[in-house]
Design a protein around this ligand. Structure first.
Ligand SMILES: NC(=O)c1ccc[n+]([C@@H]2O[C@H](COP(=O)([O-])OP(=O)(O)OC[C@H]3O[C@@H](n4cnc5c(N)ncnc54)[C@H](OP(=O)(O)O)[C@@H]3O)[C@@H](O)[C@H]2O)c1
Length: 277
């Protein structure tokens, strides 16, 4: 039996290939040495997936770390995202070129529409399809799309999105969107999987962590892993980067899983696509 770890645990993608199930998030990771060091640290500890975006302002540092790491490019999965003001066919093509330039990479593994901006998002998707056809994004997808947004996109898309990145943790489970994606083999990525720290002290999370002799952060992330999600924890601290990757040498017990499954309260810690037409 092969034992999975942060390097080897993956999910299959629709058009072939795989995506590592744990990725380092870098939102609010300051540009410059802090982000570069966080990415290098994560890669050194076995991570093979980094999630950035134009709006995070740190694509340059992510790209530098990927290049400096000495790890073959094809072994690292790099995601970036198209920002809201870059919607529309031509604007999206230009925004992608600019992201690639800042990253200093020949391709990204995944390019996502960051938010379902109304009006232009269908034209944007046509640009995403063209970008994928050109090979400079191996995979394309969306973020903050719920069922209504996905249905609209799928109605006239040539290429389906391969990934939907949304906020998910036990306190916000998006079951309907997850079921919709699972039926269509769209990989669901959980952003803010640690609730941005808000619920690490919750008594149920604390109780499960204590019983399993793990940390609250590991319990939240393991819950995501066991639901087949890709999880994207952010930290710039080595101790936490290591902690957030140590998810494959334990499992939730039934009692813990049921308790966590019961915590959904619709808590959006950031922006909330349920309000977006
Ligand atoms: N597509 C979107 O719209 C969207 C929106 C939000 C996020 N994201 C992506 O998802 C990633 C993660 O989400 P997030 O950054 O919002 O929040 P998160 O990963 O849920 O939480 C990050 C916070 O938790 C702290 N933390 C990390 N590990 C910890 C641990 N083991 N114990 C205690 N605290 C810990 C971090 O602090 P330190 O850094 O100081 O350790 C930081 O304050 C982002 O970085 C980004 O890549 C995407």
């Amino acid at each position: 039996m092969t034992t999975l770890d942060v390097t080897t645990a993956t999910r299959p993608l629709l058009s072939g290939g795989t995506i590592p199930q744990v990725g380092l998030g870098v939102w609010q990771s300051p540009r410059g040495a802090v982000t570069r060091d966080a990415v290098l640290t994560a890669l050194r500890h076995g991570y093979r997936h980094v999630d950035t975006a134009r709006i995070y302002g740190n694509e340059k540092d992510v790209g530098a770390a990927v290049r400096e790491s000495g790890i073959p490019r094809e072994e690292i999965f790099v995601t970036t995202k198209l920002w809201n003001e870059d919607h529309g066919y031509d604007a999206a093509l230009g925004a992608f070129d600019a992201s690639l330039e800042r990253l200093g990479l020949e391709y990204v593994d995944l390019y996502l529409i960051h938010w379902p901006v109304p009006g232009k998002r269908k034209d944007t998707w046509r640009a995403m399809e063209r970008i994928k056809a050109g090979g400079r994004a191996k995979h394309i997808g969306v973020s903050n799309y719920l069922v209504k947004h996905l249905e609209e996109l799928l109605a006239d898309a040539t290429e389906p999105p391969e990934v939907d990145q949304i906020e998910i943790h036990p306190f916000l489970q998006h079951r309907e969107t997850r079921a919709f994606c699972n039926e269509r083999r769209i990989v669901v990525e959980a952003y803010s999987p640690l609730t941005r720290g808000e619920k690490l002290d919750h008594p149920v999370v604390q109780e499960v962590a204590k019983r399993l002799k793990r940390t609250p952060a590991q319990v939240l992330l393991r819950w995501g892993i066991e639901h087949g999600l890709v999880v994207l924890p952010k930290s710039t601290h080595e101790k936490r980067i290591v902690e957030n990757a140590a998810l494959f040498d334990f499992a939730l017990d039934t009692k813990g899983k049921e308790a966590l499954d019961g915590l959904d309260e619709g808590l959006a810690t950031g922006w909330d696509p349920r309000t977006q037409k």
